[in-house]
Design a protein around this ligand. Sequence first.
Ligand code: PEP
Ligand code: MG
Length: 313
Amino acid sequence: MCKKAEESAALPCITMDGRKLSICANAGSPEEAEQAAAYDVDGIGLFRSEFLYMQQGRFPTEDEQFQAYQSAVHWMKGREVTIRTLDIGGDKGLDYFQIPKEDNPFLGCRAIRICLNRPDIFKTQLRAILRASAFGRVRILFPMITSLEELEKAQAILGVCKDELSEEGRPFDKGLETGIMIETPAAVLLAQELASRVDFFSIGTNDLTQYILAADRGNPAVATLYNPFHPAVLRSIQHVIRAGHEHHIPVGMCGELAGNIEAARLLLGMGLDEFSMSASGSPRIKQELRAASCESAMAAAAEVLKSPYIVSG
Ligand code: PEP
Ligand code: MG
């Protein structure tokens, strides 16, 4: 880390003209949450829960999951921890849970689709997250949402878990916030309606870019086409931020673009509220945003968004 970035890492991220931004870390395990805490981030913007399912040859129990989530909450010491529900399928498989072979796994059984098909697996995780919420500030994040129906089904299952825990006398945060990842074109186009049903959005640019541009995120043959600075991706991001703000919910980003120094001022100008990235990348982004003014970033972003060509990145 360069010295200047290191010095300002502990300071809050406030732009030259006074806008407070939330700079968070992505973490894939409680150990990574512990490491993130050392970077003075505002919280965990994306806690990927897949590690729990990958470390042993069976589904993790509710108690095992609860301990892992509680541990991340513990390391964050009162700061927010956004736990994403299981996102397997696509490029992430489980040896003990075979999904029938698919020609296009990224367009197949993945993430929330699996959870809605298997409420038993989903409920175990939701109960564990709810229980961890009794120990700190936890938010739940549903991945790969493409419709209101999916969101409403997920919320209904969450409601069942809350009722069960209440009946069992187990504590959880009754005000726990739920949000969705915006990472499909369908979610972009439904952003207004989705925004009125959740507490926050988190834009997943890794998937959003591949789905908008029809360019597999892991295929080197189309790597030059996979560009989050493509105007179709940038305009989608702008649309989502506006929809979120019209419904008074914060909009974050947890895809790689949030940690890209070339994108920081552009995203600031588009109105992004929370930037979540690898913890080690956070001091540099913080430094960049602290040196920026919102007003000039907005003017510059408006120019970029006007162009139908790729103008940066
Ligand atoms: C994303 O798609 O941008 C994202 C953060 O999720 P993942 O990379 O885990 O699919
Ligand atoms: Mg994703």
